[in-house]
Design a protein around this ligand. Structure first.
Ligand code: NDP
Length: 249
C-alpha cells in the first residue's frame, strides 16, 4: 500500500504542517516536499540561516509562503512552546500535521562512560522536547479535520544495541509515545500518531555515526519521501500507532 503511493502537486493542498529540524537533512527535504505537495510549511529549527535558505527555496519555486520558527529544542522552555502554539493559533487557527524530525546523535559510547550532560541533552532534544511540543500543539491538531502527528525513530529505538546510549533510549521513548498517545486518543477519529523509521539515509548525522561509510551507497532523503507525504494525507487517516519503515523508491 505504502509502496504504491505516489505523491502529487496537490497531495497536501491547503494543509498547514510544522516540521522540526527543517533546516537540514531529512527534515529539509520533507519541508520542501510538503511545500511541493501544496502545504504551507512551518519551518522549526535551531540555525536560523538554514531555515532562511529553505524558506528562499520554497519562495523561489512560487509555492505557498512558509513561516520560520527558530527554536532551540534543547533550551526552549515549555512556556516558549505554548507561546509558539498561540502564535500558530492566531495565524492559522489549527494545525494539520507535525513532523517531529529534529534529533541529535550524542555520543556513541558505553553507558558506563556516557557523559551525563550529553545524556540529558540527547534526551531533551529527542524525547522531552518532542513530548512538550506535542502537548502544546495538541489543541491545534484536534482543531484540524484530520490531524497527523509523525514522530521519527531509528532501528536502534526497537533493536537496542551497545554503544548507542542515550540516542537509542530517546528513540525507544519516542516509539512509546506513539503508542501511548494513540491509546489515549483512540476515540478521536480525526487525530493520529505514527512514527517513521527512515533507515540509513545520506545526511550529516549518518556520516557522523558511520564515518567510514561511503555516503553514495546510501539512499537519499528524496528517496524516502513517499512515506513522509503519505502519513500526512487524509488517505492515511486510519493509520494509527504504527512504526513505518521507509522503503527506497
Ligand atoms: P541531521 O543531523 O542531518 O539533521 C537534524 C536536524 O535537526 C537539523 O536540521 C538540526 O538543526 C535539527 N536539530 C538538532 N538539534 C536541534 C535543536 N536543539 N533544536 C532544533 N533543531 C535541532 O539528521 P538527519 O536528517 O539524518 O535525521 C533526521 C531524523 O531522522 C532524526 O530524528 C534522526 O534521528 C532520524 N534518523 C536518521 C537516520 C539517518 O540515517 N540519517 C536513520 C535513522 C533515524 P541544525 O542543523 O540547525 O542544528
Amino acid at each position: 500500500q505504502m509502496r504504491a503511493f505516489d505523491y502529487q502537486a496537490d497531495s497536501l493542498a491547503g494543509k498547514i504542517i510544522l516540521v522540526t529540524g527543517a533546516g537540514d537533512g531529512i527534515g529539509k527535504v520533507a519541508a520542501l516536499t510538503y511545500a511541493k505537495c501544496g502545504a504551507t510549511v512551518l519551518l522549526l529549527g535551531k540555525t536560523q540561516s538554514k531555515l532562511e535558505a529553505v524558506y528562499d527555496e520554497i519562495e523561489n519555486l512560487g509555492l505557498a509562503e512558509p513561516a520560520i520558527l527558530p527554536l532551540d529544542l534543547e533550551k526552549a522552555s515549555f512556556a516558549q512552546m505554548q507561546e509558539l502554539a498561540n502564535l500558530i493559533e492566531k495565524e492559522f487557527g489549527h494545525l494539520d500535521g507535525v513532523l517531529h524530525n529534529a534529533a541529535i546523535l550524542g555520543a556513541l559510547t558505553p553507558l558506563e562512560m556516557y557523559d551525563p550532560i550529553t545524556f540529558e541533552q540527547v534526551m531533551r532534544v529527542n524525547s522531552t522536547a518532542v513530548f512538550m511540543l506535542t502537548q502544546s500543539l495538541l489543541p491545534l491538531l484536534k482543531a484540524a479535520q484530520s490531524g497527523s502527528v509523525v514522530f521519527t525513530t531509528s532501528t536502534v529505538g526497537h533493536d537496542l544495541r551497545p554503544f548507542w546510549g542515550a540516542y537509542a533510549l530517546s528513540k525507544q521513548s519516542v516509539e512509546g509515545m506513539t503508542t501511548i498517545f494513540t491509546q489515549e486518543t483512540q476515540k478521536l477519529t480525526a487525530l493520529r500518531f505514527n512514527c517513521i523509521n527512515p533507515g540509513a539515509t545520506r545526511t550529516n548525522m549518518r556520516a557522523h555515526a558511520f564515518p567510514g561509510e561511503d555516503p553514495n551507497t546510501l539512499k537519499t532523503p528524496e528517496d524516502i519521501m513517499a512515506v513522509y507525504v503519505y502519513l500526512m494525507t487524509d488517505g492515511a487517516s486510519g493509520v494509527k500507532g504504527q512504526v513505518v519503515d521507509c522503503q527506497p523508491k
